[in-house]
Design a protein around this ligand. Structure first.
Ligand SMILES: Nc1ncnc2c1ncn2[C@@H]1O[C@H](COP(=O)(O)OP(=O)(O)OP(=O)(O)O)[C@@H](O)[C@H]1O
Ligand SMILES: [Mg+2]
Length: 255
């Protein structure tokens, strides 16, 4: 599936070539109908896909997670000169060196499939949500396969807490209270939309504004947003199954 996005000629042992670029018939016509639309994300709303006229510059790495890396990015649209600052959550980078793949083809396939499922999962949840304390999804980018999110100017809350701890300092109580209230509002909104989050921890709380953070004056307000919906699930009428989370943060009754 991911090979198709990278325009690599993926050859199915039963059906032959499945990559759109290689589906030229003898008549010279491309037969894209052989590619299931969901494989190349064509089942998604056009509003969600990054338009081909947009240019994305990927910069420094902001953080690493289970499924890939998050980089700083700048998004340019042809009709405007102003660039939007985004976070590029790259869930899967094509192994350009095919020899790397042959080292462990099975694990490469597993990674590719789990990246594809994770991006669909996170996108399907985030695209339905709109809340002041939930990270906004900007677009889905296909090459490299990544989610573009609004950039949190002050990064993750975990980094901020570690920095304060290193200085022998801590957040004032009124700030902790505001963060707790904002995260609780986000969780309540998710529950109203029948979504269980499953990964609540400070790494997944992103900071827009915090007194004393970055260039913010000590008197600035508190603004945090909940990110990372990779293992969140929609609750079905038939209930929900499965187990997920980050061990030290999983509720004791689940364990
Ligand atoms: N919108 C953003 N703005 C700034 N930094 C971000 C943004 N999104 C993610 N990050 C940084 O990247 C890190 C990893 O992001 P995220 O938690 O979404 O990825 P993940 O691979 O799903 O991680 P996990 O291991 O928690 O499952 C975050 O902890 C944060 O530091
Ligand atoms: Mg995370």
């Amino acid at each position: 599936m991911l090979d198709v996005l990278e325009d690599v000629n993926a050859v199915c042992p039963v059906h032959g070539s499945i990559s759109p670029l290689y589906l030229l018939g003898r008549d010279g016509v491309t037969h894209q109908q052989y590619v299931a639309p969901d494989v190349v994300f064509q089942d998604q709303s056009y509003d969600l896909l990054l338009p081909t006229s947009a240019q994305l510059d990927i910069g420094a790495c902001l953080g690493k997670g289970t499924f890939g890396e998050v980089h700083e990015g700048r998004l340019f649209y042809t009709d405007t000169r102003v660039a939007d600052r985004v976070a590029v959550k790259i869930v899967f980078k094509q192994a350009r060196d095919r020899r790397d793949i042959s080292k462990g083809f099975q694990s490469y396939l597993e990674q590719a499939c789990s990246a594809y499922l994770t991006v669909r999962q996170e996108m399907s949840i985030l695209s339905r949500l709109q809340h002041p304390h939930i990270v906004p999804l900007v677009a889905l980018n296909l090459q490299p396969l990544s989610l573009l999110l609004m950039l949190a100017p002050c990064g993750g809350l975990d980094a901020k807490l570690r920095q304060l701890e290193g200085q022998g300092d801590h957040l004032p109580l009124f700030v902790v209270r505001q963060i707790t209230i904002q995260v609780a509002k986000a969780m309540s909104y998710l529950h109203c939309h029948n979504i269980i989050y499953r990964d609540l921890k400070s790494d997944n709380v992103l900071v827009w504004e915090l007194p004393g953070s970055g260039d913010a004056p000590p008197t600035s307000g508190v603004d945090v947003k909940l990110a990372d919906y990779g293992i969140s699930r929609s609750v079905l009428p038939s209930g929900t199954r499965g187990f997920g989370g980050t061990p030290p943060f999983i509720a004791p009754e689940i364990l």
